[in-house]
Design a protein around this ligand. Sequence first.
Ligand SMILES: Nc1ncnc2c1ncn2[C@@H]1O[C@H](COP(=O)(O)OP(=O)(O)OP(=O)(O)O)[C@@H](O)[C@H]1O
Ligand SMILES: N[C@@H](Cc1ccc(O)cc1)C(=O)O
Length: 418
Amino acid sequence: ALRRPPPRLRPGPPLATPGAIPPLLHTVDRKSAVSAGLLAAQCERGLFQEVFPGQGAEEQLAALLEPGRPPVTAYCGFDPTADSLHVGHLPAVAALLHFQRAGHNVVAVVGGATARLGDPSGRLRAREPVAAGRVRAHARALRLGLWRLFENHRRLLWAPGPGGPGLGRAEVLDNARWLGRQPLLGFLCGAGGRLRMGTLLSRQGCRERLRSAEGMSLAEFVYPALQAYDFLHLHRRRGCRIQLGGADQMGNIMSGYEMTGTDVFGITVPLITSTTGDKLGKTAGNAVWLNRDKTSPFELYQFFVRQQDDIVEKYLKLFTFLPLEEIAHIMEMHAKEPEKWGPQKRLAAEVTKLVHGTEGLESAKRYQKITDGGVSVNGIRVTNPETVLILGQHILKNGVSLLRVGKKNYYIIKWLQL
Ligand SMILES: Nc1ncnc2c1ncn2[C@@H]1O[C@H](COP(=O)(O)OP(=O)(O)OP(=O)(O)O)[C@@H](O)[C@H]1O
Ligand SMILES: N[C@@H](Cc1ccc(O)cc1)C(=O)O
């Protein structure tokens, strides 16, 4: 039978405007996106920016990911340089989840070993060294955070389509498990020998850092070699053939290709930037965290509800799993009723559900209701969620309050201790 030719992917142009996501790499009509598989479908969502290696590999990769082919394994790494994931990590996580939804297996690697060195990619200065114990604690928090995302997605956002693939397997691993046990000499004489100095030195990030007054430590210089080793390890142990990462990770992914061999691929996702054009994350100090102790579900919901009209459609495609037809419909409704903020509310609800589950979404919406003035206690309207309830005003002397939420919901609260 004749096969439709796989789509050609082109590297996306650099971000032109602050807060923008690059346009689609490859515009395909919806029907061909379905038949051409995961790669084209995710390009249409604006989720995949570049593939590596270039020429020819695009076709191989598209063929590998065609519906009906055996599952492949894809991985992405996250360094525990803080005790929480942040919104900037979501495109990479969403990319993993789309692989899983297409029936492929995915591995999220927490860089318990690599975080000790610090990735120099895209950085003008070295990271502050972090003590081993702290990195371990951060790694634990990141593993939990990643699990929560996989679980919320599986429980709340996934439904198998008729005749479609089942959800692929998801694993969260810490690279301290294998890099921590790797003897130095063994590494240098073995996998390390597969990387060429010229290639490592020619990478833009490396050249910039070597020219800077501060220079670059050996630890930072060998960072790409350790990340490359992760790819090799997962290739050998899990048959992993694809590494995903933000656009700033392409250099490290190329080193992984060099170390691992020719039948592996890299795919990058676009970088999310703030309105001032900085990469959203720890380095720029503008992270919106996914751990509720650092950014509450309400604040996360508000971050997405505040997004401007020119960004919201791109974010719906990047951060949610809504079908593209549904997103188009939401945007059409928005053009008719912009005062309802429909796309913004839907985006905020979908992301809050993925990150904090149904309970987190409900708490974010309740809190909101309060700031809207939709709540009163003993007839006193409460608009500040931090309001302290005062005996004699909000609480009657007999220890009872009458709570009204919205127009019709009344509750009698009996306080057990006053
Ligand atoms: N703002 C962002 N947009 C898209 N991808 C991102 C963003 N921030 C991080 N990533 C990606 O998430 C993965 C893990 O990143 P990591 O936790 O190591 O943060 P990072 O890249 O060191 O950034 P920072 O320390 O500045 O927050 C990488 O693939 C990285 O490219
Ligand atoms: N270097 C990546 C994190 C990472 C760590 C280990 C890996 O195998 C892959 C990716 C970053 O800093 O964003």
